[in-house]
Design a protein around this ligand. Structure first.
Ligand code: BG6
Length: 478
């Protein structure tokens, strides 16, 4: 479905995120026919480029990040002709009057701040001062949205001085992933799951975001963040919220975000025993974390596993286990709901006992799989066996599923449509930091040292022990 015509300004238009995600994403939407004829994309950054120079750079980025594409292709050229560029000084006045001339007043305008948070306030205020942002303009900001509650409040304040909350789109790209939205469809468009979606029937939930990459190349940023700030406070927290929230009255921005906020506010503080932090060591495939971070004394975690509890009626007694790490065995993100066993088994003990498991796989191989227990076929008497009710999207939906849009493409189109449902509200981000801050402060106070782990494994031994202690097991990372 085409969207209304627009001018999209990308501050930091020559930067890494723009080249890797935003511009290739827009190109895919263009190819899909979703970009109106006269929609324009305007790069704005410090570099002294002209339209031709910017088009050339974006052509190279498309060729680099989208296999099979070349900047001499007809479609790529057509896309590039929609691009414009203006050099701009975010902290000074240079370039702003030029931008004011470029941005049309009678179409949707969106401003993507693909820059460090230190520039958010400057960009927001100059957009207003130069009369560039009309009433309905939208701004898009990226993580990290602060590094603690105080800095997040400051950023929210700096944006609020120039824009209304309904104009501010805080991106968490995990919310743009296909399966994350499918989690909501599964929960709220079926009658089967919701009656069981509580502590009475669910034993525990596991949320895993495992990566094989290390932090090489972004060590400077990462070493000041660690897995807690880089992944848990935002991506894993959002997955937890969507899994744990009450049904919103409507699938609308504030209805959904109100419910997510309630989940964050119901989180208990996490005890030291319920957290395992890890740091990868070197192996034949790559350097250690401290070498990647260029900080031999670093106490930053590249892995974290934690048990999280919610104090509310729905979840009292059902823990959520979160884990994420770099240089692990496989790239795998999933949310897995482990149901309880039946209250009483009518079968002999040697039939075996089983529990239902619903896994929602974000990547790779997006899909949903429900393990149900049936009788093992054959004459061997009543023996129970788990079989999958499998809905791997590629199998179930055919070619349509092969063209699943990347998270960024979807989210940028939502900005143009003016739909904030999959974006974080200011109070949500602050509540997440309010929960995260004391955990990080406690590590600092104790001088907590992350446990070393071998790359290519599932993380530190202690994380396995943490689960054993609870008579549970982590899902395999594969
Ligand atoms: C980013 C983090 O937000 O998400 C990175 O800063 C991480 O450290 C990335 O690698 C993971 O995203 P995805 O979409 O590849 O799972």
């Amino acid at each position: 479905i085409p969207v209304d015509t627009f001018d999209l300004v990308i501050f930091g238009g020559t930067g890494d995120l723009a080249r890797r995600k935003i511009l290739p994403g827009l190109y895919r939407r263009f190819v899909a026919g979703q970009m109106p004829e006269d929609a324009r994309i305007i790069g704005a950054a410090r570099s002294d480029l002209d339209d031709a120079g910017f088009r050339d750079m974006v052509g190279d980025a498309i060729a680099e990040f989208m296999p099979g594409q070349s900047k001499t292709d007809k479609t790529v050229k057509q896309f590039l002709s929609r691009l414009h560029y203006t050099a701009i000084d975010a902290r000074g006045e240079a370039g702003w009057s030029n931008l004011a001339k470029l941005v049309r007043k009678d179409v949707v305008s969106a401003f993507y701040f693909s820059v460090g948070p230190g520039l958010f306030g400057d960009l927001a205020s100059r957009l207003q001062k130069h009369g560039i942002a009309q009433e309905n303009a939208r701004i898009v900001v990226e993580k990290p949205f602060g590094r603690d509650l105080a800095s997040a409040k400051e950023l929210n304040g700096a944006l609020a001085a120039s824009f209304e909350e309904h104009q501010i789109y805080r991106i968490d790209h995990y919310l743009g992933k296909e399966t994350v939205q499918n989690l909501m469809a599964v929960r709220f468009a079926n009658v089967l799951f919701e009656p069981l979606w509580n502590a009475q029937y669910i034993d525990h939930v596991q949320i895993t975001v495992a990566e094989t990459v290390g932090v090489g190349g972004r060590g400077g940023y990462y070493d000041k963040s660690g897995a807690m700030r880089d992944m848990v406070q935002n991506h894993l927290m959002q997955l937890l919220c969507l899994t744990a929230m009450e049904p919103p009255a409507r699938f609308e921005p504030d209805a959904v975000r109100d419910e997510k906020l309630k989940v964050i506010r119901a989180l208990d503080p996490v005890e030291a025993d319920d957290i395992v932090r890890g740091q990868y060591v070197a192996d034949e495939n790559g350097p250690s974390y401290v070498e990647d971070a260029e900080n031999q004394d670093s106490l930053t975690e590249s892995y974290i596993a934690m048990k999280v509890k919610l104090s509310n009626w729905r979840w009292n007694g059902t823990p959520f286990y979160l884990r994420t790490g770099k240089r692990l065995k496989a790239r795998m993100s999933e949310i897995v709901v482990h149901f309880k066993e039946t209250p009483h088994s009518i079968f002999d003990e040697d039939a075996g006992s089983h529990a239902n498991v619903l896994s929602i796989r974000l990547q790779p191989d997006e899909g949903i799989d429900l393990r149900v227990t049936i009788k093992e076929p054959g004459p061997g008497g009543m023996r129970l066996v788990d079989v999958p009710l499998d809905m791997t999207f590629a199998d179930a939906l055919g070619p349509e599923a092969e063209d699943i849009p990347d998270a960024y493409e979807r989210l940028i189109m939502d900005v143009i449509r003016g739909n904030q449902t999959l974006f974080m509200r200011g109070d949500e981000v602050e509540a997440a930091w309010a929960w995260t801050d004391p955990i990080i402060a406690a590590w600092k106070a104790r001088g907590d040292r992350p446990k070393p782990y071998e790359p290519g494994t599932t993380g530190p031994e202690d994380a396995l022990m943490m689960m054993h202690r609870e008579h549970r097991r982590w899902r395999e990372i594969k």
